[in-house]
Ligand binder design. Structure first.
Ligand code: B12
Length: 209
């Protein structure tokens, strides 16, 4: 697993994909591979912050993660159990185009038997409102990795309130820079530090309803 993290951080695309394939072939838990990917992204992010990496590196990191996620997705789906139709609407908020984490959350929710509607990236508050009206989810997930996403999250919660839909849904937020404080600021119901916590919480909410 350390080799995978190192290859990802050092942008050795072919090597990273080869190691990920090898780990999966050996029967390594796919979730552990995703955790290693998240760890590697922290490394990439800190090199970017230090000015050692630039935008193309972030893009390359995103591409490697996309490929690995795609390899893992069908494996997780195999474990899928068919449960009731609980609905979860998810999207990346306005001004933010990061979607790797959101996509991981989406396929984990799906693998856990929830019906998930992913409205995509850079979604304005009114798109969330529209999505809630059409899809009628019990839960809404907002993803955002940029600090500017915090305001978008707040605006989105406000728009949901203004549309009279706030008591119809529970809202959770997630993504790199989010925290309990951001949850308070945005007026959401919960903050999930990672995809697994998000899925656990969703199931808890749905079970408790
Ligand atoms: C890959 C990447 C990109 C790729 C994104 C590709 C893609 N398709 O997503 C590209 C190259 C496009 C990109 C662009 C930019 N990026 Co960028 N990017 C990253 C990087 C390296 C990794 C992000 C990532 O995918 N992580 C892995 C995933 C799995 O983690 P995650 O998203 O946090 O998700 C996990 C949890 O948070 C959770 N989760 C996520 N969402 C949700 C939602 C819910 C509901 C739940 C329950 C859970 C949940 O589940 C996931 C799995 O556990 C980060 C560095 C970092 N440390 O995060 C910078 C980073 C986020 N980017 C950054 C910046 C500055 C930018 C740019 C502004 C750069 C520029 N100058 O143009 C642009 C932004 C454009 C825009 N408008 O959004 C900064 C943000 C700083 C800030 N404070 O705002 C970071 C932190 C890098 C840094 N250290 O400076 N980026």
């Amino acid at each position: 697993m350390e080799d995978l993290i190192k290859a990802l951080i050092e942008m050795q695309e072919a090597e990273a994909i080869r190691i990920a394939k090898e780990l999966l072939a050996k029967g390594t838990d796919p979730m552990k591979i995703l955790e290693a990917c998240s760890k590697a992204m922290e490394g990439v992010g800190s090199r970017f912050e230090k000015g050692e990496y630039f935008l193309p590196h972030l893009m390359m990191a995103g591409e490697m993660l996309r490929q690995i996620s795609n390899m893992i997705k069908p494996l997780i789906k195999e474990e899928k159990s068919s449960k009731g139709k609980s609905k979860y609407l998810i999207g990346t908020v306005k001004g933010d185009i990061h979607d790797i984490g959101k996509n991981i959350v989406t396929f984990l929710l799906d693998a856990n038997g929830l019906e998930v509607k992913d409205i995509g990236i850079d979604q304005a508050p009114e798109k969330f409102v529209e999505g809630i009206r059409e899809f009628q989810p019990q839960i809404v997930g907002m993803s955002g990795l940029l600090t500017l996403a915090f305001d978008s999250m707040k605006e989105t919660v406000q728009a949901i309130k203004d549309a009279g839909l706030r008591d119809k849904v529970r809202i959770m937020i997630g993504g790199g820079q989010c925290s309990e404080q951001v949850k308070e600021y945005a007026g959401a119901d919960a903050y999930a530090p990672d995809a697994i916590a998000g899925v656990r919480l969703a199931k808890q909410w749905l079970g408790g309803k």
